[in-house]
Design a protein around this ligand. Structure first.
Ligand code: PEP
Length: 254
């Protein structure tokens, strides 16, 4: 049985540490014993250290939503992957479309990915098209995101890589606007082919997960028929009972 990943991206919510603790505690209390799922929570950085300090369990792993491409130096306001690792964070989300919309390019994402993996973090590398066109140009766009994002990323570090396919047109939408499981399955195969062309058979082992309007009502189909290894969950991860339901569904599947 291959492990699944359910990753919460809290983005820039909630508004206070008290609310973040309350949300975290509800998730913590509601989590069943899990056989087959890694639960990763990526809160805003200002809450990360405090949530980690207050948690002594093993069922929840912590991650960040961004990190810089250098570990130390005169980079006011940036977040060192080494410092994150030292803090005990294990994952970082990189290349998210909301950061790309603020100006992150493939080459910048590439530098961040290499620095984060080099510092010992597991990287959730987000890719995804803004829209689909009939000519299939979006496939070229995805291929470029992957190839430029992973330029110079060594085969030895592949164990620290997950790819999150997140079509931008699905992000933040209602559950019925998520990618269909058919489409997701096709995209998963497409992404794995690119990874195979870059890294050979070893590339096929990189977990491909999905993000974009995942919710309790579509999680089963996305995971089992889309055949992805997990979900990156945005707004539904802020609703503890829904996030827990998604985790339970993932854990019930082979
Ligand atoms: C995301 O932004 O990573 C995401 C998956 O958002 P949502 O689940 O809200 O669509």
């Amino acid at each position: 049985m291959r492990k699944k990943y359910i990753i919460a991206n809290w983005k820039m919510s909630p508004l206070s540490l008290r609310q973040a603790e309350s949300l975290f505690n509800k998730i913590k209390k509601g989590l069943p014993r899990l056989k087959n799922v890694s639960v990763i929570i990526c809160p805003p950085l200002v809450y990360l250290a405090e949530l980690m300090r207050s948690y002594s369990g093993r069922r929840i792993i912590f991650g960040a939503q961004n990190s810089f491409w250098e570990n130390v130096g005169p980079f006011t306001g940036e977040l060192s992957p080494h410092q994150l690792f030292e803090l005990g964070a294990e994952y970082v989300i990189l290349g998210h479309s909301e950061r790309r919309a603020l100006g992150e390019t493939n080459s910048l994402v590439n530098k961040k990915i290499k620095a984060a993996a080099g510092a010992g973090l597991n990287v959730v590398f987000c890719i995804g098209e803004k829209e689909r066109d009939e000519r299939g140009d979006y496939l070229g766009f995805i291929e470029k995101e992957i190839k430029e994002g992973l330029a110079g990323f060594s085969r030895e570090k592949l164990g620290r890589l997950l790819i999150a396919y997140e079509p931008i047109w699905a992000i933040g939408r209602a559950g019925d606007e998520a990618a269909s499981s058919d489409l997701l399955h096709q995209m998963k195969i497409f992404i794995l082919k690119i990874l195979k062309s870059l890294y050979g058979e070893r590339g096929m082992e990189v977990p491909i997960i999905y993000g974009g309007a995942s919710a309790p009502e579509n999680a089963r189909e996305l995971l089992s028929e889309g055949e992805v290894r997990g979900l990156l969950v945005g707004h539904q991860s802020l609703i503890p009972e829904n996030f827990i339901e998604i985790i339970k569904i993932a854990d019930s599947l082979k």
